[in-house]
Ligand binder design. Structure first.
Ligand code: URA
Length: 202
């Protein structure tokens, strides 16, 4: 049975409290030294579509909101192109703390933070997961036992992969990370086209 709205809220709050004290992570010290926040996620806990990015950047770690910088503005634009608002979907990342100097998340950081993401998926029970960038694509495809079809993001983006979650069927749609579309018009067009696949799940 899906959780009620209040139960979902409580469980997300538990995740936030655990992340605040997540001293096992090498990023915890960097976070506290810089007065950053962990970025749990944002949006509707009842969403059908869940977007999963990589890790918070500086803006995100300062505000505790995912995708609130330039990539976020583009993500909002893409979400609007399918007739939705940020509040209608759920947006999160695999890694919940900012890696130093915007570097890629390490395999160890992904391993440490992924159980929080797994729990968020179980709480929200999305019908569709749209991954943003290759780190979340790799993680989510493996998580749903789709390793045999896993390929480079240039071959995977904009396609739909069906899998079975603990609560029923789920569709995974790998997308390019909005950052790759920021300065390149043709990448932006590709991302916009790929996004239209999500329309049927709105
Ligand atoms: N890039 C990400 O992958 N996630 C964010 O929250 C912001 C930028």
């Amino acid at each position: 049975m899906p959780l009620s709205k209040d139960e979902r809220y409580e469980k997300m709050k538990e995740i936030r409290d655990e992340l605040l004290n997540f001293t096992e992570s090498p990023l915890h010290k960097y976070r506290t030294e810089n007065k950053y926040f962990p970025v749990v996620g944002e949006g509707s806990h009842l969403a059908s579509i869940m977007f999963i990015g990589e890790a918070p950047g500086k803006n995100e770690a300062e505000t505790a909101r995912p995708f609130c910088g330039r990539s976020g503005k583009l993500l909002d634009e893409m979400i609007a192109s399918i007739g939705l608002k940020r509040e209608d979907v759920y947006i999160t990342n695999i890694v919940k703390d900012r890696p130093q100097d915007n570097r890629d998340p390490s395999p160890e950081e992904i391993r440490l933070y992924a159980p929080f993401l797994d729990r968020q998926i179980e709480i929200i029970e999305p019908k569709v997961i749209a991954t943003l960038g290759r780190f979340s694509m790799d993680y989510v495809m493996n998580m749903f036992n789709l390793w045999d079809v896993l390929d480079s993001i240039s071959n995977m983006h904009g396609r739909e992969f069906t899998a079975t979650a603990s609560y029923g069927d789920i569709v995974i749609v790998p997308l390019y990370h909005p950052a790759v579309a920021l300065y390149n018009g043709s990448n932006k067009e590709t991302l916009l086209n790929d996004f239209q696949i999500l329309k049927k799940y709105v």
